[in-house]
Design a protein around this ligand. Structure first.
Ligand code: FMN
Length: 200
């Protein structure tokens, strides 16, 4: 994850400190956070995504704008995220509201990625049913060959881009041997962040 114009206040700097500590400890899936959303029947759904930026007060990942999760975000823009970094026995819970990133931002990220990943984004109708995995691989191969031969251009699909979560709550949780776990929280109230602790 890249940190850009991060607010120089406690909860954001804490997040960065924990992240860098987990990175030093060799945390393998450090960018992976589990996001939960609810659908239009108030049913919750969770899945992992890789967070690529903390830009100002927004956590950013990239995905399809036509997926199941995209439908959930349209129904309800309240989101929570959970990072678990075992190497430092730390969980970070985050809450906020989600919206699409600017197209320019998504383009910049798209063209900085491997062609292989981009072809997958161009080919796959994320979350739609398909008869078999082999069929998806065939679709991928057809488009990959056309991109390689120059027949079609590598282009960010209209239905793929960044999502930004504007954060209004953090909880930093650290494991303690006696189960007296440490829980330090920050809640945004108007412009200020209120700091408090929770019992474990
Ligand atoms: C570690 C990990 C990272 C992932 N990162 C992403 C991601 O950045 N973007 C994405 O769209 N899906 C990512 N996925 C796949 C999602 O978990 C999920 O299968 C997909 O987005 C479809 O979810 P939906 O049907 O709820 O929309 C990741 C999965 C794992 C296990």
């Amino acid at each position: 994850m890249e940190f850009k114009n991060l607010p120089q206040s406690s909860p954001f700097l804490n997040f960065q400190d924990y992240y860098l500590k987990a990175e030093e400890h060799g945390e393998k899936f450090i960018e992976a956070g589990c996001i939960s959303s609810v659908d239009n029947e108030n049913k919750p759904h969770s899945r992992f995504v890789n967070f690529k930026y903390f830009f100002e007060d927004n956590l950013i990942f990239f995905s399809s704008y036509k997926s199941k999760k995209a439908d959930n975000f349209s129904a309800n823009n309240n989101i929570c995220v959970n990072f678990w970094w075992p190497s430092i026995e730390t969980q970070v819970r985050i809450e906020g509201t989600i919206s699409k990133c600017e197209e320019k931002f998504s383009d910049e990220h798209f063209f900085g990625r491997d062609a292989g990943k981009n072809i997958a984004a161009m080919v796959s109708n994320q979350s739609e049913e398909i008869e078999s995995y082999e069929l998806l691989k065939e679709k991928y191969e057809v488009i990959r060959q056309k991109v390689d031969s120059g027949e079609i251009e590598e282009k960010r699909p209209d239905n793929w881009g960044g999502y930004q979560i504007k954060v209004d709550y953090f909880e930093f949780w650290e494991a303690n041997e006696a189960r007296l776990n440490y829980r330090e929280c920050y809640k945004k109230e108007s412009a200020a962040w209120k700091k408090f602790f929770l019992q474990s």
